[in-house]
Design a binder for this molecule. Structure first.
Ligand code: NAD
Length: 295
């Protein structure tokens, strides 16, 4: 069992750290939000006063932070994790951040002689709680081999995507598919309504036809056909529209810097920006169907 440091004990990090504790690891954690720290301590975690204290003495440090800004803040600089960690420490960042930032922080770690992986997740708070997350991991093979047993305590599917930054690349490409496909399915339901076609009938037909996709059959944006989808609970998130917008913007930034054409990704980002600006950013991203219906 390992000495693990965990930084960022929020909606995702809290249950992920709790699962490491359940697996028998000794986990020291830090978060500036007192409520998050108290929940972590109640689950058996050891409180630290700052990020550097978490890094000192840890064999593995895991971070789960809101965005690239906090990731830079926590890892870089004189009081950061990289400066405080012992040379053999393995660093794992599971936040969803931009590819360039992930690569820059991994390069700073490498310069300091530390192995670092970007390991963003899919599966939401439910997956974090049930330890069924999917981890998409970028970094060296040897670091991945060290990380795998640790990640297995928090997830079910652990995939090595390639070198530094490819975990983040996988995450934003996947979520760009999801954002676009949710809009496509929603537009089809709105059009069906206007054409007098019953939503249940469209579901029955398209779920067995070439329009079949996850946004339709697992997360249907209209109430009824998929009882577990957020549409059946007034679009309570789930996966908030503001989070989807964040990921679509990351995909657009990456596409611009890599010179990739993503016209549908750009349109999806614009539509989600309008949907969030209408005050619905905290609702589930599948609620975009209501926004399209009202246009
Ligand atoms: P959250 O806001 O609930 O948690 C983030 C935590 O980081 C907060 O507790 C905050 O206090 C802490 N924090 C902020 N600045 C810090 C600092 N400088 N040092 C230490 N801690 C700091 O967010 P979340 O939902 O847990 O998401 C975390 C990451 O996971 C994000 O990058 C998000 O995109 C990604 N993600 C979220 C979901 C989801 O469904 N919530 C799913 C997949 C991926």
């Amino acid at each position: 069992m390992a000495n693990i440091g965990f930084i960022g004990l929020g909606n995702m990090g809290g249950p992920m750290a709790a699962n490491l504790i359940k697996a028998g690891h000794r986990v020291t954690g830090f978060d500036p939000a007192p409520a998050a720290v108290e929940r972590f301590a109640a689950a058996g975690g050891i409180k630290a006063a700052q990020a550097a204290d978490v890094a000192a003495g840890a064999e593995v440090v895991v971070t789960m932070l809101p965005s690239g800004r906090q990731v830079r803040e926590v890892y870089l600089g004189p009081a950061g994790v990289i400066a405080a960690a012992a040379p053999s420490t393995l660093l794992i960042d599971s936040s969803t951040i931009d590819v360039d930032c992930a690569r820059a922080v991994a390069a700073a770690a490498e310069t300091a002689g530390l192995a670092m992986l970007d390991a963003p997740v899919s599966g939401g708070v439910g997956g974090a709680t049930a330890a069924t997350l999917t981890f998409m991991v970028g970094g060296l093979e040897a670091a991945f081999a060290r990380a795998e047993p640790i990640l297995q305590a928090m997830g079910k599917t652990i995939v090595h995507a390639g070198g530094a930054g490819t975990g983040q690349a996988a995450k934003i490409c996947n979520n760009m598919i999801l954002g676009i496909s949710m809009i496509a399915v929603s537009e089809a339901f709105v059009l069906a309504e206007k054409l007098g076609l019953d939503a249940g009938k469209l579901f029955d037909i398209s779920s067995k036809s070439s329009g079949q996709c996850w946004s339709l059959t697992s997360y249907c944006p209209v109430p009824g056909p998929v009882p577990t989808s957020p549409a059946n609970r007034d679009y309570a998130a789930g996966f908030a529209a503001a989070m989807m917008l964040k990921d679509l913007k990351l995909a657009q930034d990456a596409a611009a810097s890599a010179g990739a054409a993503t016209p549908l990704g750009a349109s999806a980002a614009q539509l989600y920006a309008l949907y969030c600006a209408s005050g619905e950013g905290g609702r589930d991203f599948s609620g975009i169907v209501r926004f399209l219906r009202g246009r």
